[in-house]
Ligand binder design. Structure first.
Ligand SMILES: [Zn+2]
Length: 413
C-alpha cells in the first residue's frame, strides 16, 4: 500500500458499488488501451475490484448507476507541476508579447528569481489558497493525481514552507498529491554556489518523509551533471526516489548518469540525442514530455519522439504548470498538443496522461488505470467514445470526476 495514495483506504462488503452498463469503458495498460463496450466497473470503498465487459459482471448485484451512452476512463495523472508559487508572471508575458528579449526581461527583474521573491513574500495561507484554486481548475479538466514540486523557496525555511503547503493540499484533497523536493531548481541569487550545494544536502536530511521524490534541474544556468550526480546520490541514500529536469535548453549529457542512478523519470528531453535516449530506454526510465512549454515560449526544438518510440522508451506527458514557462492547467490540452506537435498517436497521448504518467510517479500499481486493486479514480465523459477528446478539441467533455470511489466534481447542468 502506497502511503501517498492510499491514505484513506477502507473496505467492507456493504461498500461495494457496481456501475453499468457503461457505453464505453477504457482501461489503459502498458502497451495500449483495452476498451469494453458495454463495460462495467465494480469498486469496494476506494478501490476497483472488477472491470470488464458488462456481460461478465459479478452476479447478484444491482448497479448503482448506469451510463449507457457515456465513456468512462481513468482520471488523468499530471506527473510534473510547480503549482505552488506566489504572484504570476503576466507582466513578463506582456513584455515578451511586445517583443522584448530575455535579457531585457531579466534586467526588468523577471524570470525565475521574480517568482522566488514573490513566493518568499507570500504567507503559507496565501500560497495554499492560490494552489488550491489551481488544483480545482485541474480537477474540472479531469486531473485526479498531481505531482507538485517545491523550488521557489530556495532556503531551508522557505522550502519547508512550500512542503507544508503541499502536505496540506495532499491531506485536504480531493486529488492525490505527490510531493517532490526541487530545492535544486536554481542557485538562489543571495548565496554562493558551493554554500548552497552544502545547504541542499542538509535540507534533504531534514525533509525525509515529507517528499516522495528529489528532483534536480540540470541545464545551462541551473546545475551541472556533476552537481546533480552528487545531490541525487545523496538523495537516494536518504531513501528518496529520483527525478531529473534535463536537456530542456541544451544537451547536458545527463542521460548516462540518470540511467546509472535509476531515476524514475527524466523530464523535458528536448535536446536529448538518440544515443542518450538509448541509455534511458535500457534503464526503464519514463520520459516526461512537456510540449506546452515549447509552445508557450515559441520555441522550435522538440523531443525526438520517433527514436523514443523505436527504442520502446515509455513516454508520459505533463503540464509543467508554472507561472513562467507553462501556465497550463489541462492535461487534455497537453495530450492534444502532443498529437499535433510531437507526432503522438491519440492512443499514445491518452496513455501518456494516464498509465504512463503513473509510471513517471512510480504509482503504476495504484493509479492511471481501472484494474482491480487500483484507486477508483475515473471520469465520466458526456460523449460515447474517448476519441471525442480529440474530435472536439476545445471542448471539455468531463461531466463527473470520481476519486477514491467518491464523486468529487460534477458539471452543473
Ligand atoms: Zn518543471
Amino acid at each position: 500500500v502506497d502511503v501517498f495514495v492510499c491514505a484513506m483506504y477502507t473496505s467492507g462488503m456493504d461498500d461495494r458499488t457496481l456501475i453499468g452498463p457503461i457505453g464505453q469503458l477504457v482501461v489503459p495498460g502498458e502497451t495500449g488501451l483495452t476498451v469494453w463496450e458495454p463495460g462495467g466497473l465494480l469498486f469496494e470503498g476506494t478501490h476497483v475490484v472488477w472491470s470488464g465487459h458488462w456481460r461478465d459482471r459479478p452476479p447478484g448485484m444491482s448497479p448503482a448507476r448506469a451510463y449507457p451512452d457515456r465513456c468512462i476512463l481513468p482520471g488523468f495523472v499530471d506527473p510534473h507541476t510547480h503549482v505552488v508559487f506566489g504572484g504570476d508572471r503576466f507582466q513578463e508575458f506582456q513584455m515578451r508579447q511586445a517583443g522584448k528579449s530575455y535579457a531585457e526581461i531579466l534586467e526588468a527583474g523577471g524570470g525565475i528569481h521574480w517568482t522566488v521573491q514573490h513566493t518568499r513574500e507570500a504567507t503559507e495561507e496565501t500560497l495554499y489558497h492560490a494552489a488550491r484554486a489551481r488544483l480545482r481548475e485541474m480537477l474540472a479538466q479531469g486531473t485526479t493525481t498531481v505531482e507538485i514540486k517545491t523550488g521557489y523557496g530556495l532556503s531551508p525555511e522557505e522550502e519547508a514552507k512550500l512542503l507544508r503547503v503541499i502536505q496540506r493540499l495532499r491531506e485536504e484533497g480531493p486529488q492525490h498529491v505527490v510531493p517532490t523536493f526541487l530545492g535544486a531548481h536554481v542557485v538562489p541569487g543571495d548565496m554562493p554556489r558551493t554554500a548552497y550545494l552544502e545547504q541542499l544536502k542538509e535540507m534533504m536530511v531534514h525533509i525525509q518523509g515529507q517528499a516522495r521524490f528529489v528532483d534536480v534541474f540540470v541545464d545551462r544556468g541551473a546545475f551541472t551533471v556533476e552537481e546533480a550526480e552528487l545531490l541525487l546520490s545523496t538523495a537516494r541514500t536518504l531513501g528518496f526516489r529520483l527525478k531529473v529536469h534535463m536537456d530542456e535548453l541544451s544537451h547536458t549529457g545527463m542521460a548516462p548518469v540518470a540511467a546509472r542512478l535509476q531515476v524514475v523519470s527524466a523530464d523535458h528531453l528536448d535536446h536529448t540525442p538518440p544515443e542518450d535516449l538509448t541509455h534511458l530506454a535500457r534503464a526503464g526510465i519514463t520520459a516526461v514530455l512537456l510540449p506546452t512549454v515549447t509552445l508557450f515560449l515559441k520555441g522550435d526544438r522538440w523531443p525526438d519522439v520517433a527514436t523514443m518510440r523505436r527504442l520502446g522508451l515509455r513516454r508520459a506527458l505533463a503540464t509543467d504548470m508554472n507561472p513562467g514557462s507553462s501556465p497550463y492547467y489541462s492535461q487534455q490540452t497537453v495530450m492534444r498538443e502532443a498529437v499535433r506537435l510531437l507526432g503522438f498517436t491519440p492512443e499514445e497521448a491518452l496513455l501518456g496522461i494516464t498509465y504512463h504518467a503513473a509510471h513517471a510517479l512510480d504509482l503504476h500499481h495504484h493509479v492511471g488505470t481501472l484494474r482491480p486493486g487500483f484507486s477508483a479514480d475515473f471520469l465520466v465523459l458526456d460523449r460515447p467514445h474517448w476519441g471525442y477528446l480529440f474530435y472536439e478539441p476545445d471542448r471539455n467533455p468531463v461531466q463527473e470526476v470520481w476519486i477514491r470511489g467518491t464523486l468529487q466534481w460534477e458539471r452543473r447542468a
